[in-house]
Write a protein that binds this ligand. Sequence first.
Ligand SMILES: Nc1ncnc2c1ncn2[C@@H]1O[C@H](COP(=O)(O)OP(=O)(O)OP(=O)(O)O)[C@@H](O)[C@H]1O
Ligand SMILES: [Mg+2]
Length: 401
Amino acid sequence: MNEVQRIAIVDPSDATREPLRNLLLGVESVWLEAECSRYEFFIDVARQSCPDCVVIALDADHHKALKLIGQLTLESPNMPILAVSSRGDGQSILGALRSGAKEFLTAPVVLEELMLALQRLRTNRATSNGDINTNVNGNSRGESLVVSIVGSKGGVGCTSVAINLGCAMAQDARYNVALVDLDLALGDADVVLDLIPDYTLADVAMNVDRLDMQFLRRSLCKHESGLSLLPHPVQMEDISLIHDEHLGRVIGLLRASYSHLIFDLSKRFVPTDLTAMRMSDVILVVAQLELTSLRNVVRMLHTMDKEEGLGEKVKVVMNRVGSDESDITLEKAQETIGKPIYWQLPNEYKAMLGARNAGQPLMTHAPKSRVHLSLVGLANALCGKSAEPAKKERRSFFSFR
Ligand SMILES: Nc1ncnc2c1ncn2[C@@H]1O[C@H](COP(=O)(O)OP(=O)(O)OP(=O)(O)O)[C@@H](O)[C@H]1O
Ligand SMILES: [Mg+2]
C-alpha cells in the first residue's frame, strides 16, 4: 500500500474547488488534511495542518495566488506546491514555477496527471529532506515507526510490553504515539490503562470509506501519559465488521497522524494480525524461558520466514527473565530459537501486578522498577536513541544485538 500523502488545498471558487476536492478524495493514497476558500488564511491553515503537499488553484486571483506561493516557499522551501490553473499558457506556468510551485497542472485536472504530479512531488520531497534522526529501522523522522507485538503463548506479557512501551515512547514531546488493540476478542489494553473509550476499532472500520482526520483523531482515547488508544470492539459480534482490508486503510491513515504506532496482536495469526505484521517495521515476538513458548517461537519464525520481508522484521523479547519457575538458560533458548534475543525483561511480579491492579502504567505505578527501566531502554533502542536508563541496570538484562 502507498504511503498516505496529506494534502491541503486552497481555492476561493466553489465551482472549481468541489471537483478538485472530489478528484483528490478519489485517490486512495491521499488524505485531505485541510481545505480553504481564502488565499489570505491559507498560510495559517498550512502552519496548523503541516501537510505533505499543498494544492493552490490560481484562477480566482492570480496575483494573490502567486503571492501566497511565494510566502509559502519562503517559509518552507521544501514544501511541495502544486499550482492549478485553466490558463495553461507558458507565461502562467512560468509565473507559478518562479514563485515556488514545484508542479503545474491545467484545469480541469485529469486524474492520471494528478496522480503522476503527486508522485513526483512525493519523490522530490523525500530526496530533498534527507535522512534525519533515524530509528531502529532506519526510518527518518518524517515516517512513523510501526511496531507489532505478538506473543508465543497466552499470558506471555504482550499487553504489558505494548502498553508500557507506548507510554515510554509518549514521554518524548516530539512523538505522537498510538496503540491499537488488535486482540479483537479478548484484548484488555483499555482495562490496563483504566480507560473507558467512546469509540472502538469497530466504529473506525464501519466508517472507513468516509474517514476524515477529525473523526479518526476523535476515535482514539488519550491516556494521561500521552499515549492514544484505539481499543478492540466492545461487542464480540462487531469483530466481524473488521476486515483485514479495512485495517490496512486504517493503519495507512494512522501512520499519517501518528509518529509511532504499536499493535497489541492476538495470538491466533488471523488475517488482521498478518495485515498488521506486514505493515509493521518491527515485529516483537514476546517469549518466556519455557518449553511451549520457545517451541512456538520456532514455529512462528518458521512461518514468518516463508513470507518475503516478514521474518527479518522479527526481534525476540524474552520476558520474565530471572523467574524461579524457569530452568532453561538464555543460551539454551537462543540456541533453540536460532536467533539472537534482542531484549530481556526482568521478572518483577510485584511491580507488574500492582500496576495492573491500579490500572496504571509502570511509569506511574513503579517508575523505579527494573522492569520499567528495561522497557524504557527497549523504547529508546527501537526509536534509535541510546538505551540510557538501561545503563543503571544489571548488564545481563540489556543484551541487545
Ligand atoms: N516482566 C514481568 N514480570 C512479572 N509479571 C509479568 C511480567 N510481564 C507480564 N507479567 C504478568 O503476566 C500476566 C500476563 O501479562 P499480559 O496480560 O501482558 O500478557 P498477554 O500476553 O497480553 O496475555 P493475553 O494472552 O491474555 O493477551 C499479567 O498478570 C502481568 O502482570
Ligand atoms: Mg494481552
